[in-house]
Design a protein around this ligand. Structure first.
Ligand SMILES: C[S@@+](CC[C@H](N)C(=O)[O-])C[C@H]1O[C@@H](n2cnc3c(N)ncnc32)[C@H](O)[C@@H]1O
Length: 368
């Protein structure tokens, strides 16, 4: 058992002092982490970061420009400076390194802004774990994440109209470009003839692949409500003819055939193992012998904070889980894929890639 006086004893011993200090600092960051997140949220929502990006200015002017009480703004800025969101030069405040990083990454900003939903679900974390709240309307605010991802916890999602999917579809579209760049670097799509982009959302990834590989045919498959948005966005990008859009529910219907490569970008982790396995099997059936499947999503093991984040996120969502590349590999093998390989990306905390191949007809045997 841990001695209650452990900290005091450790700090008294020169050999253990630095470890004791580091552990105390880590514990403080862990315990107070939610405060930092909310300081970031306030700085975004009140327009503090946008205003400083536009022009550095002293606190009284910033308060006047944003219509905020100066003394209260000073407290927020004290916190924001400590967290490196803003910094100071003489009397002027300007963006700090992390403030610059947030504004320079519209995808990260969109994700941060949507944390309102997760934050409300985490108000009573014990109830969340007990299962008291995810889909229930009470207590107020519970089940916000599950509600955002309308297909979560349902048999499918075909009944969701465009309005019901608009929130998550926009969020995914805004956060996709950075990810798409990494996946395109990791996978040589140019060697393929026809890509099936399963759960392709509003088509940001499909558009990126189509633009990079002009001779590749692309078909996007998603729920009907999402496909309406995808058709619109693809037409806006002048890709209405290049990317075919097929709507349906992959839990109920077969996937379109003819493609020789299929992508699942941030799709598999949304589903529990049984549903994920069924989806991979459906992809395998849709592919020809030697056709490839590409699973691209954040995977466990890249960064501890990311693992913790997604564990809580999927708990709130009520389904899905972050898998290690080894677990994704095992699922792919169980679904009948062979030559399963990991492809390195430059940002594994954002996306990892695992590729599998449907065996040649002669080896495409019975599966468990
Ligand atoms: C987390 S989003 C990822 C979207 C996109 N691939 C991206 O990374 O931006 C998951 C996508 O899978 C789609 N999806 C979920 N369940 C589905 C189902 N049963 N049939 C077809 N699409 C589904 C959702 O509509 C959504 O667009």
């Amino acid at each position: 058992m841990l001695h209650p006086d452990f900290q005091a004893r450790a700090i008294a011993l020169p050999l253990f002092r630095s470890v004791a200090r580091r552990r105390a600092a880590d514990l403080f960051s862990l315990a107070g982490g939610f405060v930092g997140s909310q300081v970031l949220m306030a700085s975004l929502r009140l327009g503090v970061l946008d205003a400083l990006a536009e022009q550095p200015r002293p606190v009284p002017r910033l308060a006047r420009d944003l219509g905020l009480p100066e003394e209260r703004l000073r407290r927020l800025l004290q916190a924001a400076r400590a967290l490196r969101l803003v910094t100071r030069q003489g009397d002027d405040l300007l963006l700090g390194p992390l403030g610059t990083a947030v504004l320079g990454n519209p995808g990260a900003r969109a994700m941060i802004e949507h944390h309102d939903a997760l934050y409300r679900d985490l108000v009573d974390p014990a109830a969340l774990v007990r299962g008291a709240n995810p889909a229930a309307p009470e207590p107020p605010g519970a089940g916000q994440v599950a509600r955002l991802w309308g297909y979560a916890g349902r048999g499918g999602g075909c009944g969701l109209d465009q309005a019901a999917v608009a929130g998550y579809s926009r969020l995914m579209a805004r956060s996709q470009p950075l990810l798409a760049r990494e996946v395109l670097r990791a996978v040589p799509f140019g060697r393929h003839r026809h890509l099936l982009e399963v759960g392709g959302g509003e088509g940001v990834f499909a558009a990126a692949v189509a633009e990079r590989h002009p001779s590749l045919r692309v078909t996007l498959f998603d729920l009907p409500g999402v496909c309406d948005g995808a058709r619109l966005r693809l037409a806006e990008r002048g890709l209405g003819d290049r990317v075919a859009v097929r709507s349906g529910d992959f839990r109920q219907q077969a996937l379109p055939r003819d493609a020789d490569v299929a992508t699942l970008v941030r799709v598999l982790h949304d589903h529990d193992d049984d549903a994920a396995l069924a989806l991979l099997r459906a992809v395998r059936v849709a592919l020809p012998p030697r056709g490839r499947v590409v699973v691209a999503e954040p995977m466990a093991g890249a960064l501890a904070a990311v693992d913790a984040y997604f564990a809580a996120y999927f708990l709130a969502m009520g389904q899905g889980r972050l898998r290690t590349p080894t677990e994704v590999t095992a699922l792919l093998r169980r679904a009948g894929f062979a030559r399963v390989r990991r492809r390195r990306t430059r940002m594994p905390m954002l996306v990892s890639v695992v590729v599998g191949q449907r065996p040649a007809a002669s080896d495409d045997g019975a599966l468990d």
